[in-house]
Design a protein around this ligand. Structure first.
Ligand SMILES: [Zn+2]
Length: 230
């Protein structure tokens, strides 16, 4: 019984250290201006150096001595979306007196799985019905996807957030979002499921209240997404 108790204590102690460390300015300490402020690149670099040591590398080896700094810079870019707001892109609308369906398919995205900090990437497909005669340009939709993709993310949440943003910031009457993603954490590790592709859906507004219209639109988006690309 002694060993489990002491390892329990150790686990608790480590956790406490993590919490203390977090309160030095990390994302979950509550005070946290840094969660949505500037990325602390020197801190990332220190952590990456620790990772290199922990995996048995020599962090001072010529080829990787600058790696901590490079990773810090890359992370600042990959997680830029934490400090951005989708409303900035979706508020730049133009008038179009129409309540017909608008679809935009094959919006490429790159994101980072929050469970493993490994990339996942794929395409987002969007269909929406304007709510008050306001529509948004193609590039603004792509930017919106990017705002949410460039965060520690789950594909399910990415899909939901895009759909919610269309309703909240564009005042769309309804939205269907389909996201197809390939996850490096599935391809490179664990079960090594090389061909696995995950598909997620979100329906909002009229596509949720009108079950039949929702199902038809999901099918339409599926068909459009499956068309051969030129
Ligand atoms: Zn993962």
């Amino acid at each position: 019984m002694i060993a489990p108790q002491s390892s329990l204590h150790l686990a608790h102690h480590n956790h406490a250290d993590d919490v203390d460390d977090c309160c030095g300015g990390g994302a979950s300490c509550g005070v946290a201006p840094r969660a949505y402020g500037e990325v602390d690149q020197p801190r990332i670099a220190r952590a990456v150096r620790e990772i290199l040591i922990a995996i048995g590398e020599d962090p001072d080896r010529e080829g990787i001595i600058e790696t901590p700094k490079r990773v810090a810079k890359a992370y600042a870019e990959l997680f830029r979306g934490l400090r951005e707001d989708a409303s900035t892109h979706l508020s730049r609308t133009f008038e179009q007196a129409s309540d017909e369906l608008i679809t935009v398919t094959n919006i490429n995205f790159f994101s980072t799985c929050e469970h493993h900090l490994l990339p996942f990437h794929g395409q987002a497909h969007v269909a929406y019905v304007p709510g008050n005669g306001r529509v948004v340009g193609l590039s603004k939709l792509a930017r919106t996807v990017e705002v949410f993709a460039r965060r520690p993310q789950l594909q399910e949440r990415l899909t939901d957030q895009i759909a919610d943003a269309l309703i909240e910031h564009l005042d769309a009457a309804g939205a269907v979002v389909m996201v197809e993603g390939e996850h490096m954490c599935m391809k490179m590790r664990g079960v090594r499921s090389h061909d696995a592709r995950m598909t997620t859906f979100a329906r909002r507004g009229i596509f949720r209240t009108d079950e039949r219209r929702g199902a038809e639109t999901v099918q339409l988006v599926r068909d459009l997404a499956a068309r051969p690309r030129c």
